[in-house]
Structures are given as structure tokens and as C-alpha cells.
Design a binder for this molecule. Structure first.
Ligand code: C2E
Ligand code: MG
Ligand code: MG
Length: 394
């Protein structure tokens, strides 16, 4: 792997080059200025697989450098290094990601051998499994897939933090493409919303989820089933009647159904969604505000809509135990939701540290890869049995 190191301090360059050499990376070039680094990359864009850059540099700083890399559509990995406080570093990392750069990590100065090693391991793995994100799908393809029944539901458990009880399951749609394999919703939900297909999609997902809930119920598993809906589903006044009818047909009590709402665009007309959501609550369906804390789920919604569950976005959960800034936002959201009498779900629980952090906060429910990845309905009873036998994450 060819690596380019950028830092205005020759001493730091020497030190980091030595650290890299000790880790077995000998093909390292160094640069004392970002401008020079840009010139080298421009001359041969595919030359470096990894760029490690300082943020604080006199002539051109790391933020400008990253902006230029983005403009050049640099496709190697980028690691940011800085002695600034961790929030500045995190913001720079987010910025670099927004420039569509392949950001592999942000390291605090002085760089520790262990953290450098972890980041580099990630680079090697990513190069090995370089998965293309996949193109967005067309509306026609999606329409055909819905009609052909190629959409399938996966399910991810939600568990109570105190008792480890499994309280519910979230339905996450996937597209089983006959030739391209499994396609994730970030590739097609927006397409559905933009092309008037979201109602058909939601109806198909909801109907399958309710049928599945009935099967679990019959097998003695009493689980709340959550389904994601888009704000675009809330344009037709008869939506609550459709939901109630589908639940009745499947033989599932509306109180066992949770609808998770994300606002993907600004609503022009707020009256209709409010009418629909209020009637859903009157029918005993639970309403959850999804991705709370991101731009799409706001305090305004919280004020206006009778939600009974709040899901704190994974971006404020994963790593909150080690980051005072994240923890502050998490705890403020939790406290606000509690004052409003809502149940709180933490999304994106990825490791033991996240789980332990939550256990100390009074958050009700956790969801994430640390507990269980979304999976096929058929695999769930086995997972449930194993989880119960272990009495939790173990
Ligand atoms: P969401 O509702 O916030 O769902 C959580 C997403 O985070 C899921 O991604 C899930 O697989 C992923 N996830 C779960 N645990 C972890 C974790 O520990 N770490 C990380 N990094 N991610 C985790 P997925 O399945 O790709 O879905 C993405 C989004 O697509 C969903 O976000 C939801 O907004 C939307 N979506 C999914 N299914 C439907 C649907 O049937 N209808 C609508 N309208 N939107 C859907
Ligand atoms: Mg959701
Ligand atoms: Mg979410």
C-alpha cells in the first residue's frame, strides 16, 4: 500500500513514518505542505491508496486540503490527524465524508500506535472487500419488483435494557434482486418517494409484517412489530383505515403495531399528516419518531405529533460512552422524551461499550448490531431462543 503523509512539522513526519514502518508499511512518502501533496496527487491520482493528513497547517489547512481532494474526486482512503479538541476533529471528519471522500478515521495527536494500527487494519479490509455502493434503481425496476413480490422483510429485535427482554421487532425492507442480490433500502426508498411508489411499497411491507406478527403470535411469541413509514405515506386521509383494516385481516391487535416515522422532506401541508397520525393513535397504533436528532426529526414534530416512542439516532448512541459531546446530546434527548412520557429506543448499539453506557442512562430499549443484525423471519426464533438462554448479550 502506498501512503502519503502530510504534516508541516518535519519531526512529526519522521515519527509517523517510523510508526508506519514498524507496522510493516514501508512505502511511505512525506510532504510538508498540503499544496505540494495536492500537486503530487493531481499528477498521478491513483498513485496513493491512503493519505494521512494533519489539520493544522499554516499555508493550506486540512479543511481546505480535504475540500480540494473532494473536488479532485480522490478515491483513496483519508485519515485525519489533529491536536485540536475532539469535536473539531469530528467535524472535519464529517466534512470530509460530505465531500464523498473515503474517510477511514480521525486520530488525535500524538498518534498512538494502537489506534494507527486499527485504522490501517480497516483500510486493508476495505481494499480486500471493496464493495461498490451500487447504483440507484429506476422507478420502473422498482415498480416491477413490488409487483413481482421481490421485496422481502428483514427483522431486527428491540430489547429492554434493564431486563434484556425482547420487546419488539423492527421491519426493514430489502429487495431480493434476481441477478444483483440483496439491495438495501437506501438505494430505493427515495426512488419510491419520488415516483409515487411509496404507498405500494408500504402496503406490501406492512401486510407482510402483520402476517408475520400473526405467525409469531401463534407460535407463542408476543412481539410488537414496527414498520417504517415515510411522511409521503401521510398524504392520503384513508391511510389509518387501511392500516386498521390490514391489522384486522391479519388478526393482529393495532396496539401491537408501531409505525416509525421519518421526515424525509419538508411537509408543505401539515394538516393532513396530523389528521392521519392522530387518528392512528385513536386506533391504538403506536407512533415512533425515528432518527431523532438528525435534520429530519425535529423538535417541531415532537411538539405537534402525539408520538409515544422516540428513537435516538445511532449517530448519538454509538461511541457516546467515550465522547462527552455525544453523551450530552443523548442525555438531553432522553430526558426530554421522558418528560414527554415517551418510551426511548437507542439505535445503532454496536458494541459492549454502547450497551454499558445505556445501562447507566435509564434508556428503555436498545437496538443494534451488538444485539442482533436484521435477519430473515425464519432465523429469528433461533436467535430468540439463544438470547433467552444467555439471558442477554452475555
Ligand atoms: P431506520 O428505520 O433508522 O433503520 C435502522 C437502520 O440502521 C437499518 O438500516 C438497520 O439495518 C441499521 N442498523 C441497525 N443496527 C445498526 C447498528 O448497530 N449500526 C449501524 N450502523 N446500523 C444499524 P437499513 O435496513 O439499511 O434501513 C435504512 C433506512 O431505510 C431505515 O432507517 C428506514 O428509514 C428506511 N427503511 C427501511 N425499511 C423501510 C420501509 O419499509 N419503508 C420506509 N419508508 N423506509 C424504510
Ligand atoms: Mg426505523
Ligand atoms: Mg433510525
Amino acid at each position: 500500500m502506498k501512503i502519503l503523509l502530510i504534516d508541516d512539522e518535519p519531526f512529526v513526519l519522521k515519527l509517523q513514518a517510523r510508526q508506519l514502518a514498524n507496522l510493516g508499511y514501508a512505502d511511505v512518502s512525506v510532504c510538508e505542505s498540503a499544496r505540494e501533496a495536492l500537486a503530487r496527487i493531481a499528477a498521478d491520482p491513483l498513485c496513493y491508496e491512503l493519505v494521512i493528513t494533519d489539520l493544522q497547517m499554516p499555508e493550506m489547512d486540512g479543511v481546505e486540503f480535504v475540500r480540494e481532494l473532494g473536488r479532485m474526486e480522490f478515491c483513496g482512503g483519508v485519515v485525519l490527524v489533529s491536536g485540536e479538541d475532539s469535536r473539531v476533529l469530528q467535524t472535519a471528519e464529517r466534512l470530509a465524508k460530505a465531500h464523498k471522500l473515503n474517510v477511514l478515521g480521525a486520530l488525535q495527536k500524538p498518534v498512538q500506535r494502537g489506534s494507527l494500527e486499527t485504522v490501517l487494519q480497516g483500510v486493508v479490509e476495505r481494499i480486500a472487500t471493496r464493495a461498490r455502493p451500487g447504483r440507484e434503481r429506476t422507478a420502473d425496476e422498482l415498480r416491477e419488483a413490488i409487483e413481482a413480490g421481490h421485496l422481502v422483510n428483514h427483522y431486527q429485535p428491540k430489547v429492554a435494557i434493564g431486563s434484556s427482554d425482547i420487546v419488539g421487532i423492527e421491519t426493514l425492507v430489502r429487495w431480493m434482486h434476481p441477478t444483483d442480490g440483496l439491495i438495501y433500502p437506501d438505494r430505493f426508498i427515495q426512488v419510491a418517494e419520488d415516483n409515487g411508489l411509496i404507498d405500494a411499497l408500504t402496503r406490501s411491507v406492512l401486510t407482510m409484517a402483520l402476517r408475520q406478527a400473526r405467525e409469531w403470535e401463534d407460535a407463542g411469541m408476543h412481539l410488537h412489530v414496527a414498520v417504517n413509514i415515510s411522511m409521503d405515506n401521510l398524504g392520503a386521509l384513508e391511510f389509518p383505515d387501511f392500516v386498521a383494516g390490514a391489522a384486522k385481516e391479519a388478526g393482529v391487535a393495532p396496539a401491537s403495531l408501531v409505525l416509525e416515522v421519518t421526515e424525509s422532506r419538508l411537509m408543505k401541508n401539515v394538516l393532513v399528516p396530523l389528521d392521519i397520525l392522530t387518528r392512528l393513535r385513536l386506533k391504538r397504533v403506536s407512533l415512533s419518531i425515528d432518527d431523532f436528532g438528525t435534520g429530519h426529526s425535529s423538535l417541531k414534530q415532537l411538539r405537534d405529533i402525539p408520538f409515544d416512542e422516540l428513537k435516538i439516532d445511532g449517530g448519538f448512541v454509538h461511541g457516546a460512552g467515550q465522547d462527552a459531546g455525544l453523551a450530552a446530546i443523548f442525555e438531553a434527548s432522553l430526558s426530554m422524551a421522558k418528560h414527554l412520557g415517551m418510551r426511548v429506543v437507542a439505535e445503532g448499539v454496536e458494541d459492549r461499550a454502547d450497551w454499558d453506557f445505556l445501562a447507566k442512562t435509564g434508556c428503555d430499549v436498545a437496538q443494534g448490531y451488538f444485539i442482533c443484525k436484521p435477519q430473515k423471519a425464519a432465523d429469528l426464533p433461533g436467535w430468540i431462543a439463544a438470547w433467552k438462554a444467555r439471558g442477554g448479550p452475555g
